[in-house]
Write a new protein. Structure first.
Length: 341
């Protein structure tokens, strides 16, 4: 019995060690030195990125990246992208007033069409999420005290505002963050979540593609303009996680990782985990990834524990629908491809 116990412990430790060694970033040459905050992976070969003044695309797994310029948009900051294949991508720029725009290409980035320009003086686009390759949502800074939402049902060709009366009101000083384009997440065919921060950290939730919304309080750190929920991800309609913190204190983490097991009806802090400020979370079957300026971590146990992959900082993550293509991107044009050994 003693030998069996020793053998079990040895195998467990060995497996745990090997598990921790599975993931490694392979740094790629993006060809730019600007901060990258938007990312969308199609498969193990195709990924699109958004950065200052342009969009980047790879079709060979990141061996090479194309810099795709958009006429009249060289001063814009593309904070989010949504790619459907090697030819089709929607790019969202973030900025005050008319600096917030939506562009679309259907020919691999050779030509772009501006499909929407923000008409609100105080408007500011934050992020997009799609249920499929036709229906999606865009969330922006509050207008008239409620979250600003746009919806498309034709693959981004046109966008309509969701009426403010369908949304619960925001608290004074509450808003979303355009940190990685992932404070908004879609699940299944109807469900979506939007996280906020600032004076309070709450999650807005729809189960009918945005026709109606509810909002719940969360224990995520908040109270300051720089604190709150920065990213949300779900593995199914019941289990999800959110990360964030205080972006002015990148190396500090407190009350900034939380989970739900009931479809967002209630949220709870992960008290067993201590992470620095994290701007992005992404999920693929059996794996949860988080990223921020001070490094990246991986979890194999539904977020109960995280192991460090690297102290290489990133702002955003992208996982392809099949889980085979995993990229991260961040400051000064850094791009990484995750290899699972």
């Amino acid at each position: 019995m003693y030998r069996v116990l020793i053998l079990f412990i040895s195998l467990f430790c060995c497996c745990s060690f090997l598990h921790a060694q599975k993931a490694q970033w392979q740094i790629q040459n993006s060809g730019v030195e600007t901060s990258i905050r938007g990312a969308s992976a199609v498969d193990e070969n195709i990924c699109w990125l958004g950065t200052k003044g342009c969009v980047l695309r790879t079709v060979d797994g990141g061996k090479s990246w194309q810099k795709l310029t958009i006429a009249g948009a060289d001063s814009l900051d593309f904070r989010d992208v949504a790619a459907f294949d090697k030819d089709t991508c929607i790019a969202m720029s973030a900025g005050p007033g008319t600096e917030s725009r939506i562009y679309k290409t259907t020919d691999g980035g050779r030509n772009w069409k501006m499909v929407r320009e923000n008409a609100h003086h105080k408007g500011f686009y934050n992020g997009m999420a799609f249920w499929d390759n036709r229906v999606g949502l865009l969330a922006g800074d509050p207008i008239a005290g409620v979250p600003y939402l746009l919806k498309t049902t034709d693959a981004g060709e046109t966008w309509e505002e969701i009426p403010g009366e369908n949304m619960p009101p925001l608290m004074e000083g509450e808003y979303g963050f355009a940190a990685s384009g992932t404070h908004i997440a879609t699940v299944g065919n109807q469900v979506a979540f939007i996280g906020t921060g600032g004076s309070t950290a709450r999650i807005f939730h729809t189960t009918d593609q945005g026709k109606s919304w509810q909002v719940v309080n969360t224990p995520m750190i908040s109270g300051e303009a720089s604190q709150g929920i920065f990213s949300i991800a779900f593995s199914d309609e019941q289990f999800g996680m959110a990360v964030g913190g205080d972006y002015t204190k990148e190396n500090e983490g407190k009350n900034n990782v939380m989970f739900t097991e009931n479809g967002g009806k209630s949220w709870h802090l992960v008290n067993t985990v201590r992470l620095d400020y994290r701007s992005c979370i992404a999920m693929t079957p059996g794996v949860i990834l988080v990223a921020g300026p001070s490094g990246t971590e991986i979890s194999y146990d539904d977020g109960k524990s995280f192991k460090s992959i690297s102290d290489q900082g990133f702002h955003t993550l992208a996982v392809s629908p099949d889980g085979k293509g995993i990229w991260a991107a961040g400051a000064v044009g850094v791009v990484g491809r995750l290899k699972m050994k």
